[in-house]
Design a binder for this molecule. Structure first.
Ligand SMILES: Cc1cc2nc3c(=O)[nH]c(=O)nc-3n(C[C@H](O)[C@H](O)[C@H](O)COP(=O)(O)OP(=O)(O)OC[C@H]3O[C@@H](n4cnc5c(N)ncnc54)[C@H](O)[C@@H]3O)c2cc1C
Length: 337
């Protein structure tokens, strides 16, 4: 995987301006490749022990060639991009300090928090956010942590996206005997699509479409059962059909739940700090040039447009890099609103 697009290394002389990038996922890496190749000094700050973002710690090896990702990162390092790993911005270093030392800053910190169901029993120790659990799995698999993620014989995965599909695979690989999936619509409307559901079933998962957990039932402080409600779809003009409750319920005996119902943007600062505005959905407010409400801070990737895929995040990072180049060359001013 090459992160250098639209420029040949060595084509441009080195410049004395520097760009700080927060986040080493596809958005940050493609931006780094472009800007470094154009001669700028580039430093990437990233919280994980290894760069790559969800390409390394989220997506499974069966869906992406991680050695290709690592080769692309090696090429960036050889070109002179500085990687500061194990550096959580907001905790180990403040965003303000990064703004102070660079001529432009790009925030590309993705969506590293799972949305959660708020139902009785959500606080039981065996009810976990799927994405964080998959990140823990990769930390353990690549030797960055000695702690094997929790696994129980009977697992319920909640959701119908790519994370749900991956949660089914990892549950099976770690030794779960029975895996169930609850999804509130039918597979035709699921983000993972009919193909994703076929994959889950091929792994031996039993899929319950048109259902939603309404209560996690515990005994002596541990999960023993999940109560689910059956749903039906109500057509709404011009929209995806809406799932509504039928008042019919059933229970499943499971001892672990992985919730994969969506991801929340994770900017490296509290909303409103540094004069950087967030939208109501938590994404960073950017204009068509990826400019935030604070000069000279740009934002790209999932943290600016919500959870997506590698391709759109990469394109967003590249677009931001081109805007940063125009800004540093004085061809682009700052937004006025
Ligand atoms: C389980 C799972 C499976 C997926 N499967 C696929 C798939 O099969 N195909 C596909 O195209 N897409 C898939 N995706 C989605 C895809 O990986 C993302 O859309 C994409 O990686 C987003 O890129 P990004 O650069 O915006 O952010 P990310 O890749 O999320 O990278 C953000 C980076 O910012 C860093 N960071 C976050 N906060 C801080 C902070 N405070 N300080 C410092 N660093 C910070 C993180 O460590 C990370 O390196 C999957 C996602 C998940 C979670």
């Amino acid at each position: 995987m090459r992160f250098i697009i639209g420029c040949k290394p060595g084509e441009h002389p080195e410049k004395d301006k520097s760009v700080g990038i927060v986040g080493a996922g596809p958005a940050g890496l493609y931006a780094a490749g472009y800007l470094k190749c154009k001669g700028y000094k580039v430093t990437i700050y990233d919280q994980m022990p290894e760069p790559g973002g969800f390409m390394i710690f989220g997506v499974l090896e069966i869906h992406i060639d991680k050695e290709k990702v690592r080769r692309g990162i090696k090429e960036l390092k050889e070109l002179g991009v500085v990687f500061k790993q194990n550096t959580r911005v907001g905790r180990d270093i403040l965003l303000g300090d990064i703004i102070n030392v660079h001529d432009a800053v790009l925030i590309a910190t993705g969506t590293w928090k799972s949305r959660r169901l708020k139902i009785p029993g959500s606080d039981l120790p065996e009810v976990l956010p799927a994405t964080e659990w998959i990140v823990d799995y990769h930390l353990w698999k690549y030797g960055y942590s000695s702690e094997k993620p929790m696994i129980k014989p009977r697992v319920l995965v909640v959701g119908g996206g790519l994370t749900a599909v991956d949660a089914v695979y990892v549950s099976k690989w770690l030794g779960a005997e029975e895996v169930y999936v609850s999804y509130r619509r039918t597979r035709e409307y699921a983000p993972a699509g009919v193909r994703g559901f076929k994959e889950m079933e091929e792994q031996g998962a039993t899929v319950y479409e048109l259902t939603v957990p309404v209560e996690y039932i515990g005994e002596n402080g541990h999960l023993v059962e999940v109560k689910l409600e059956k749903l039906k779809l109500v057509q709404e003009p011009g929209k995806r059909p809406k799932p509504v409750g039928t008042g019919e319920y059933f229970t499943l005996k499971v001892d672990m739940v992985l919730e994969a119902i969506g991801l929340i943007p994770t900017p490296p600062f509290n909303g409103g700090d540094y004069g950087i505005k967030l939208r109501d959905d938590g994404t960073i407010d950017v204009d068509e040039y990826k400019r935030t409400t604070r000069e000279p801070v740009f934002a790209a990737g999932d943290v600016s447009h919500g959870a997506s895929l590698i391709g759109p995040a990469a394109k967003s990072g590249l677009d931001a890099a081109k805007a940063i180049e125009a800004y540093l060359e004085g061809r682009l001013g700052w937004r006025t609103s």
